[in-house]
Design a binder for this molecule. Structure first.
Ligand code: SF4
Length: 78
């Protein structure tokens, strides 16, 4: 999403990003950003907009192990 924001605000192409693992001696990792990532992010954004704007309730995850550590577990009806 940062890449999308940079592209939109500075009108430049973004094709890489960097992660800094501050708990691992500031290990720096370069990540290639592919155009299909932006398509995926836009899809997720659209779903979030539907949830917030239209009251659409998303389906629960089919990976129930994710629920164990989910902060919404106490209120989730799935
Ligand atoms: S508990 Fe969390 S991870 Fe599991 S279905 Fe509900 S919202 Fe999704």
């Amino acid at each position: 999403m940062y890449g999308m924001l940079i592209e939109d605000n500075y009108d430049i192409e973004v094709n890489r990003a960097y992660l800094v693992y501050t708990r691992s001696k500031d290990k720096l990792v370069e990540i290639e950003i592919k155009k299909e990532y932006f398509i995926e992010v836009n899809s997720v954004l659209q779903e979030i907009i539907n949830i917030v704007g239209k009251g659409y309730y998303p389906k629960g995850t089919s990976y129930k192990r994710r629920c164990r550590d989910c902060c919404y577990r106490n209120i989730c009806v799935k």
